[in-house]
Design a protein around this ligand. Structure first.
Ligand SMILES: *Cc1c(COP(=O)(O)O)cnc(C)c1O
Length: 228
């Protein structure tokens, strides 16, 4: 077994255990393997072990790595988990199957236009800045109701869920519980929350998607911007 396959089995077992402890079906949780900064050979290790769902936080890096891998593994599913600039929306719609970082009206409008143009509708998550951190992407909780309404009614985006990245120095469970409550209020079934340090907590609080990087691939080279 490759090192990657070993780590994958370990993370999957922990997800299953956390799910069962919470009375949930482990099959309802999708592990998004966050491969940013790691080369295609590391991704291929997990593909060979049977894993198919990956996450990248930069459009350009994903464009360099994933078209060839998608050609090899047509059922590979790629999630964009980082901030998206409107001028990259066309590329993002073409490459990604899911866009988890929809967080402002101009981006929503541009995505709608590019989806119509491409005849392809990647599922969208709305990123919520639950910690109300000024430097962080995501719509503020107070603006969420109006933003969801605009995404659904004006832009007609395929919104399926909410995503959050809690502040590093706060108890993540509070943020996960808040995100779950907001999603329930809007009838959104999917919740992307939890990273290497806290994905089991996220599963207990209802995550349907956990985004796990370093627990699967090891530490990233220092100097790379982490979660934005
Ligand atoms: C990098 C990143 C992750 C994964 O972080 P780890 O701590 O390595 O698991 C998850 N979500 C987002 C948005 C990221 O940028």
């Amino acid at each position: 077994m490759s090192e990657g396959a070993g780590r994958l089995a370990e993370v999957e077992a922990k997800i299953a255990q956390a799910a069962r402890a919470a009375g949930r079906d482990p099959a309802d949780i999708t592990l998004v393997a966050v491969s940013k900064t790691h080369g295609p050979d590391r991704v291929r290790e997990l593909l060979q072990a049977g894993h198919r769902v990956f996450g990248e936080n930069r459009v350009q890096e994903a464009q360099e790595k994933f078209p060839a891998l998608k050609a090899e593994y047509p059922d590979l599913q790629l999630h964009l988990i980082g901030p998206l600039q409107t001028n990259k929306a066309r590329e993002a719609v073409a490459l990604f199957d899911v866009i988890q970082s929809v967080d402002r009206d101009r981006l929503a409008a541009t995505l709608a236009k590019e989806m119509a143009r491409a005849g392809k509708r990647p599922e969208c998550f709305i990123q919520v800045n639950t910690g109300e951190e000024p430097q962080k992407a995501g719509v503020l909780p107070a603006d969420l109701d109006a933003f969801i309404a605009a995404c659904r009614e004006t832009h007609k985006l395929p919104v399926v869920g909410l995503m959050c990245i809690p502040p590093v120095d706060e108890e993540p469970a509070l943020h996960f519980a808040l995100l779950a409550k907001m999603a329930a209020r809007h009838g959104l079934a999917k919740l992307s929350m939890g990273m290497s340090a806290d994905y089991e907590t996220a599963v207990r609080l209802g995550a349907t998607h956990v985004r796990v990087g370093s627990a699967l691939f090891g530490q990233r080279p220092t100097g790379h911007a982490g979660a934005a």
